[in-house]
Design a protein around this ligand. Structure first.
Ligand SMILES: Cc1ncc(COP(=O)(O)O)c(C=O)c1O
Length: 433
């Protein structure tokens, strides 16, 4: 198919030929965004998204998909939650982006509301625009406050791709070409309390860890892991950072994944779901001691022009209200249990193909017994109206993170689609031997 040369910006998908529209967008991705990614997405069968609501995404051909990728954990509240849209629209009628010189009521209210639900003594918030920025702020806080350089992180972790966050991201493939990165980072196996205890010492500024590894392949640590990290950090005066960018805000069946163990960090990072699926926002929460120390000599020691802007904060304030009011953490547990049980049944039928199914709440991973099956199953699920992706650090694992508002019927539809896709894969594999 020859791509069109149209430079138009179709405002109404119905007025253009869907195929031409797709080719035009695909071609622009190839020539102006990212040629390799365009190929990968095209191969998997992804179209152009033109509409989304609740748990459904509609593409340029009018095909509907249950969104089990959920923007890598962003669409906790579903797509275009009407109350969050309304909050942002109302905000637009007054102040959009902050002048920064004046006090912002939205930033103040959001920080106070986060402090009210956060574990432990996380009384302060620094706002940014993404997860990686939230991690950058956390790392800077840890270094400034302790006066130490060493950061302990975990293998298989994902903390973002800006230089600081990337330095703590536990996958060689992403780090290698950008070395030398931030010095002083030591990696230990995830879930291994003894290894962490051995690495955390008097030179350690902080240990950064996801309470559940997302991109590592939905890895649940053993019970007592977070408590043991807390103990090791306290013993040496090191800070404990929980990166809840993906696992936080109801995703793992608790307001924060660390709530399950009742262990509070000194610093916590949030992003993704915080903007209610409407606005981008990141947050780095910390204790009074940390924020007082960071900003004592210089109130502008760490800042962001767009961070904490009124629009993003309006979305986040409404999102937190809905999270608590509608008990989305409980919904996550119920729907998560339903999905997990369905996947476990399929796994017992196809143990040669599915090695393991695991998860907590609606943070579920399905691990294949062999490489290369993941891509195939993603394409098959897409064909059956379910959108998923594999974990960035572990392509053997398909990760399911649908909106927490997904219905029981939609979960059943996903289970059926997975069953059919695995069955087709089994037939395909059998025909190859
Ligand atoms: C645990 C965790 N931390 C940080 C990030 C980086 O967030 P962002 O992509 O918004 O920069 C991610 C993204 O997937 C994540 O899962």
């Amino acid at each position: 198919m020859r791509p069109t040369k149209s430079a138009g910006f179709p405002s109404n998908i119905l007025s253009v030929n869907p195929e031409e529209f797709y080719v035009d967008v695909f071609e622009k991705y190839s020539q102006h965004l990212n040629p390799s990614l365009a190929k990968l997405m095209g191969f998997a069968g992804f179209g152009v998204e033109v509409f989304a609501e609740g748990s459904i995404i509609r593409d340029h051909e009018g095909r509907e998909f249950i969104d089990c990728l959920g923007g890598y954990g962003t669409f906790t509240f579903g797509h275009r939650h009407p109350e969050i849209i309304e909050a942002v629209k109302n905000q637009l009628d007054n102040i959009a982006l902050s002048g920064k010189a004046f006090f912002s009521a939205n930033a103040a209210n959001l920080a106070a509301n986060l402090a009210a639900i956060a574990p432990g003594n996380l009384q302060y918030a620094f706002f940014s625009n993404s997860g990686t920025e939230a991690v950058e702020a956390a790392l800077k806080m840890a270094k400034a406050v302790t006066g130490r350089q060493k950061i302990v992180s975990t293998e298989g972790s994902y903390h973002g791709k800006t230089i600081g966050a990337l330095s703590t991201t536990g996958r060689e493939k992403y780090r290698k070409r950008f070395e030398p990165l931030m010095p002083g980072v030591e990696f230990v196996p995830y879930g291994d309390s003894a290894a962490a205890a051995a690495a955390i010492d008097a030179n350690t500024a902080a240990m950064i860890v996801e309470p559940i590894q997302g991109e590592g392949g939905i890895i649940l640590p053993p019970d007592g892991y977070l408590a043991s990290l807390r103990e090791s950090c306290d013993r040496h005066g090191a800070l404990l950072i929980f990166d809840e960018v993906q696992s936080g805000l109801g995703r793992a069946g608790y307001l924060f994944a660390c709530d399950r163990e009742g262990i509070a960090p000194d610093i916590m990072t949030l992003a993704k779901a915080l903007g209610g699926g409407i606005m981008p926002i990141g947050a780095t929460l910390g204790t009074p001691a940390i924020f007082e120390s960071l900003y004592r000599e210089n109130p502008l020691a760490h800042t962001s022009t767009f961070g904490g802007n009124p629009l993003a904060c309006a979305a986040a304030i409404k999102a937190l209200e809905i999270l608590v009011r509608d008990d989305l953490a409980e919904k996550s547990r119920t729907r998560g249990d339903q999905m997990l049980a369905g996947f476990q049944r399929i796994q017992s039928q196809y143990p040669d193909i599915i090695a393991e199914v695991r998860g907590r709440g609606l943070m579920i991973g399905l691990e294949f017994a062999m490489d290369e099956v993941g891509e195939l199953v993603v394409a098959q699920l897409l064909k059956r109206g379910v959108c998923v992706a594999y974990a960035l650090n572990n392509p053997r694992v398909l990760r399911f993170e649908p909106p927490l508002v997904i219905t029981a019927e939609q979960v059943d539809a996903v289970i059926l689609a997975v069953e059919e896709s695995i069955s087709e894969t089994a037939e395909l594999l059998a025909s190859l031997v």
